[in-house]
Design a protein around this ligand. Structure first.
Ligand code: ZN
Length: 112
């Protein structure tokens, strides 16, 4: 079974671009909450803090995915793409289809 690394690379790069765009778009939401205490009540301040926390969590998830994508792109360059980092076996093509950045086979992923 051969893996189409060209299409995997394209998908990874497209996702990478999307994530970077999303990240740039949410930069404002992640800025430290500096609300005018006189114009906003306590509740809306809590709302703002909550939104900021959510934006930060999303950003962490994006950073996480970006580093997985980067690692997958590196594996494509080095010819290691498609092999499980845990056991060295082939990662199922179907699995890579669902998540081109997958670094582990199903078994190793299940083991955590
Ligand atoms: Zn494995």
């Amino acid at each position: 079974m051969t893996i189409d690394t060209d299409s995997a690379r394209k998908r990874l790069q497209a996702r990478q671009a999307d994530l970077r765009k999303l990240s740039a778009g949410s930069a404002a939401a992640r800025q430290t909450v500096t609300l005018d205490q006189q114009s906003v009540g306590r509740l809306s301040r809590m709302d703002a803090l909550q939104q900021q926390a959510m934006a930060e969590a999303n950003e962490r998830a994006r950073a996480n995915e970006l580093s997985r994508i980067k690692a997958a792109l590196r594996r494509i360059e080095t010819g290691d793409y498609g092999y499980c980092l845990g056991c060295g076996e082939d990662i199922a093509v179907k699995r890579l289809d669902v998540d081109p950045s997958a670094a582990l086979c199903v078994d190793c992923a299940a083991k955590g």
